[in-house]
Design a protein. Structure first.
Length: 234
């Protein structure tokens, strides 16, 4: 589904990514692992069309999309759920969800997609008329993921979905991500809780200082001595 080939990215004159290469097969969950500032979020933003200055190739379903902007990547079926959720706090849950469904693919099936996300996240249906800013952190994260799903994506990219969430809700969020994947949506996951990320993923890539330094199946990385020491504290 996705091939990243020698991706370089820049913020002004500062280079953030150096020749990043990896691939994602249809139906997989792939995790990107690394410390804060390693380049994981920049990688997702490049795929989503939110970084202007970049080189290399980003091939999505066989088409090079490196020059496409965010609105066009959404039209192609790529959804990005950013770190920090970035909801519209003064708008209701329902209004936030509707805003996720404005591409031409999703608009025609808005009612069906709304039913799907309410089934996946029943709390959102209960709070559909409530302002997003009054939800708990876990509920806001559910809303952010659901808003991404409203665009009817084939690829869903999640940036730190457990950030700022009470521990009791973290497992629930990850269970929902697993269910989304079972429904046929391919997932790229950036997650600081490396144990959860590897538990959920089929494969993972380690990004350090803007470069891919390790890759393998989740099981291989979980048993890797460097990963166990540097990221799992074992």
């Amino acid at each position: 589904m996705l091939d990243i080939i020698d991706l370089q990215a820049f913020y002004g004159d500062i280079q953030a990514l150096w020749n990043i290469s990896f691939h994602v097969e249809e139906g997989e969950i792939v995790s990107l692992i690394g410390a804060n500032g390693a380049g994981k979020t920049t990688t997702l933003k490049c795929i989503a069309g939110l970084i202007d200055k970049k080189l290399g190739r980003i091939e999505f379903q066989g088409e090079n999309i490196i020059t496409l902007g965010g609105h066009l990547s959404s039209e192609m079926g790529i959804a990005y759920v950013p770190e920090g959720r970035q909801l519209f706090p003064q708008m209701t849950v329902y209004e936030n969800l509707v805003l996720g469904s404005y591409n031409s693919r999703a608009k025609k099936e808005r009612k069906e997609m709304l039913e799907q996300v309410y089934h996946l996240f029943p709390r959102l249906k209960e709070r559909s008329k409530q302002h997003a800013g009054t939800l708990s952190g876990g509920e806001q994260q559910m809303l952010a993921i659901a808003r991404g799903l409203m665009s009817k994506p084939s690829l869903l990219m999640l940036d730190e979905p457990s950030l700022g969430i009470a521990p009791i809700l973290v497992q629930e969020i990850f269970n929902r991500i697993r269910e989304i994947n079972r429904q046929g949506v391919t997932v790229i996951l950036v997650e600081q809780h490396v144990h959860f990320a590897l538990e959920l993923a089929d494969r993972a890539y380690v990004i350090e200082n803007g470069r891919v330094t390790l890759s393998g199946s989740a099981e291989e990385l979980e048993s890797n001595s460097y990963i166990r020491e540097a990221y799992l504290g074992l």
